[in-house]
Structure formats: structure tokens, C-alpha cells
Design a protein around this ligand. Structure first.
Ligand SMILES: CC(=O)Oc1ccc(/C=C/C(=O)NCCc2ccccc2)cc1OC(C)=O
Ligand SMILES: [Co+2]
Length: 176
């Protein structure tokens, strides 16, 4: 089922999520609900804390060249750890928990990640480009970090000004 996505500045987004211990049907239900929710909201990545479950689980489903997402490309990373990272790249990121805000973020170009799949089997993944960005963005959520925390000072100030303006406008019912 589609679950509610918690958004900035909900304090839970800044919590550290706990290791997944049991790879049971409850975990599988959570992963299935995360997928339904992410697709319904046009997302390409989602961490469990974004649906208010503080577990170290994330999913990523990048679109193909035509911009279509295929479930067979779905990645489910549980208890992921970045073993090695190389280089740098800049990408304009967005996040379902920080709606309508996009900003350039610098991250590693290539990463090697060890993780478990939904059955607890140990896996390893090496990737670069957009998938490496998505892995790093989603893994930050597991440690309670949002991409807006990586912005240089002035861009962070710009975000806070814009966000307050939208919030007051929403309160007074004015559509911005
Ligand atoms: C209005 C609004 O909030 O727009 C959106 C913002 C973000 C997103 C999705 C963001 C997302 O999936 N981020 C995953 C992390 C990530 C960021 C950059 C590259 C790889 C992985 C979707 C939105 O909805 C629409 C209709 O575009
Ligand atoms: Co995010």
C-alpha cells in the first residue's frame, strides 16, 4: 500500500536508522510498500525513514533511456556499507522528502557497496554515474542526512528563505 512520505523539517528525517535484523515477511511488505509509494510519487530512490520506518533499507529504480522505470531494474539495499569510493561528480538532486527543491550536490563518482538483499544474502555492487549518486543520496538518509545539508552556506540560506516563503504562503492559502 502507498504510505505517507514524511517531509522536511520532520525531526525523524534526522535520526540514524537501525540495522535490519530479521529478513521476514514484514520487511518484504515494507519494501513492497516503499516501491508502490516511490513509483506513485515519481521517485527514483527512497529510504525507509522517508515512510517513517527507521530501518537501514533503501530502494532505487532508475529510469531507462526513454525515462521509463522497469521493476526488473529495482535495487533493494539492506544494511548497505560503502567499502570504497573514488572521484567526484556534481548532480542536481531532488528528494521526495524535500519537495520542489533541487540543487547541485557533489558526491563520489564511483562507489563499491556491500549490502544484503531482502532474504539476507550478502551482495556487493560497484557503480558510477547516476546510480552512484542515488546510492550515496539514499544511504545518507540512513544516517539522518538530507542533501540540503551538503549545500554551500549561501545555497543553504537560499533554500531556507524559499522554504519559509512557501510555508507562510501555504499557511495564508496563497498559491505561490
Ligand atoms: C514537485 C516535486 O516534489 O517534484 C519531485 C521532486 C523529487 C522527486 C524525486 C526525487 C528522488 O527520487 N530522489 C532520489 C535521490 C536521487 C536524487 C538525484 C539523483 C538520483 C537519486 C520527484 C518529484 O516529483 C515529480 C513529479 O517530479
Ligand atoms: Co532523498
Amino acid at each position: 500500500m502507498i504510505r505517507e512520505i514524511i517531509t522536511y523539517p520532520d525531526r525523524r528525517l534526522f535520526m540514524r536508522s537501525n540495522e535490519v535484523e530479521s529478513f521476514d515477511s514484514e520487511l518484504h511488505k515494507l519494501l513492497d510498500d516503499m516501491y508502490e509509494t516511490m513509483i506513485a510519487k515519481n521517485g527514483i530512490g527512497l529510504a525507509a525513514i522517508q515512510v517513517a520506518v527507521p530501518l537501514r533499507a533503501l530502494i532505487i529504480n532508475l529510469p531507462d533511456e526513454e525515462g521509463k522505470q522497469h521493476k526488473e531494474d529495482l535495487l533493494e539495499l539492506i544494511n548497505p556499507v560503502i567499502i570504497e569510493s573514488k572521484g567526484t561528480q556534481i548532480y542536481t538532486e531532488g528528494c521526495l522528502s524535500v519537495p520542489e527543491y533541487y540543487e547541485d550536490v557533489e558526491r563520489a563518482e564511483w562507489v563499491r557497496v556491500e549490502y544484503q538483499d531482502r532474504f539476507g544474502n550478502k551482495k556487493s555492487l560497484e557503480t558510477d554515474g547516476l546510480l552512484a549518486v542515488a546510492v550515496q543520496h539514499e544511504m545518507d538518509h540512513l544516517d539522518g542526512h538530507l542533501f540540503i545539508e551538503k549545500l554551500p552556506y549561501l545555497k543553504r540560506k537560499k533554500f531556507e528563505k524559499e522554504w519559509k516563503k512557501k510555508r507562510t504562503a501555504k499557511k495564508s492559502g496563497v498559491k505561490v
